[in-house]
Ligand binder design. Structure first.
Ligand SMILES: NC(=O)c1ccc[n+]([C@@H]2O[C@H](COP(=O)([O-])OP(=O)(O)OC[C@H]3O[C@@H](n4cnc5c(N)ncnc54)[C@H](O)[C@@H]3O)[C@@H](O)[C@H]2O)c1
Length: 349
């Protein structure tokens, strides 16, 4: 299958690109190369005959039309987005522009292309979204997000993603575009840009800097190893039912404080300090405005219908991740100079 992946130079998109190539698909990676992108994430496939790269912005309709006509893909996997909640608090305009308007342009370009191809039933537009569209859960472990949970986004980021989900469903219903959607929990793993919690903690720990915990660290997230997510996404794309959405989660709920303590324990074992524990560097900082208390995914549908389940526990995935950052300083060191990295963002509200 020839797949046009948007956002394929980002964290999750690049995992999808690498896995799709390894599984014998052809991939066209369309990415604007924003601050969050890194072509080093796909360097290992860059010379592969089944891989092509197009630098383009999903808000540029003419470029989208050109790229779709040039490559004639069988499917679009849409991951390009502004993705950092803290940045969405400081600058919501970019989030509405890329995540909402950009998705609109991509849908329209895909509709024109698909119509021009004679509306093939097997074409797919797979929209990759987040569990944050469902809002914030109470602590009760029996309550988790299902595909039927009402939308209740609470940050500019999640509101923009919710809007894009609605657009994709509308293009499916109104124009018959063959869409499929997925909403996943927090990803982590290799190639994670060093502004998100897990890489920040690993790299600050190694640099002897404070490990920032927002508020009391009681906020709970459901952690999903990025390579498990990429596997689930290819399954949804190739076997998901038309018009259906699938929640993808790792069944690994942890409070932020527990997660950071686990990371410190792994670092203490793999890369011990001269004295003391990395946990001594934990520092509680002002909470994020509107910080959602808990996210947790019920992944029953994708398990029952597509046979997917995560391959690693959070402890296994975190250990692999820490080892990867220890072994790949050449990858992360240059990213520390990018705009906003290492600064506290999202507290201007
Ligand atoms: N990271 C997570 O934990 C998580 C969880 C749930 C859902 N998601 C969703 O998965 C997708 C990928 O997330 P990620 O963490 O890999 O994001 P990321 O920020 O690492 O990568 C996003 C990529 O999109 C590109 N991009 C941004 N704006 C663009 C534009 N206007 N035109 C073209 N390309 C553009 C960037 O250059 C970057 O390569 C996003 O849609 C995000 O909402 C992420």
């Amino acid at each position: 299958m020839k797949i046009l992946v948007t956002g394929g130079a980002g964290f999750i998109g690049s995992a999808v690109v690498r896995l799709a190539i390894a599984r014998g698909h052809q991939v066209v990676n369309l990415d604007a190369l924003t601050y969050a992108a890194n072509l080093a994430n796909v360097a290992m496939v860059a010379g592969h005959p089944a891989y092509a790269f197009e630098q383009a912005d999903i808000r540029d309709r003419a470029a989208l039309d050109r790229i779709l006509a040039r490559h004639a893909p069988d499917a679009v996997m849409h991951l390009a987005a502004e993705s950092h909640v803290d940045r969405s608090i400081d600058g919501p305009g970019d989030f509405v522009s890329t995540n909402v308007t950009g998705t609109f342009h991509l849908l329209e370009a895909a509709r024109k292309y698909w119509t021009g191809q004679g509306k093939p039933a097997e074409f797919r537009f797979h929209h990759v979204s987040t569990d944050e569209v469902f809002g914030s859960l109470p602590p009760d472990p029996a309550v988790r997000f299902t595909e039927d949970t009402p939308y209740d986004p609470r940050s500019p980021y999640s509101a923009s993603k919710a809007a894009s989900d609605h657009l994709v469903r509308a293009w499916g219903e109104t124009y018959g575009l063959p869409v499929v959607l997925s909403n996943c929990s927090n990803n982590y793993g290799p190639y994670h840009f060093p502004e998100k919690l897990i890489p920040v903690v690993i790299l600050n720990a190694l640099a002897g800097k404070p490990l920032p915990i927002y508020g009391t660290g009681a906020n709970i997230r459901d952690w999903l190893y990025v390579e498990d997510h990429a596997d689930a996404l290819l399954l949804v794309l190739t076997q998901g039912a038309l018009g259906r959405s699938y929640n993808i989660g790792g069944e690994n709920e942890r409070s932020n404080l527990d997660l950071v303590r686990t990371l410190c324990a792994i670092l203490d074992r793999l890369h011990p300090k001269a004295a003391g524990s990395y946990a001594d560097q934990i520092a509680f900082v002002a909470d994020r405005p509107g910080h959602d208390a808990r996210y947790a995914i019920d992944p029953s549908r994708i398990g029952a219908e597509l046979g997917w389940r995560p391959s690693v526990t959070v402890e296994q995935g975190l250990e692999r991740t820490v080892r990867w950052y220890l072994d790949n300083e050449d990858w992360w060191r240059p990213l520390l100079d990018r705009q906003g990295v290492g600064q506290r963002l999202g507290i201007k509200a």
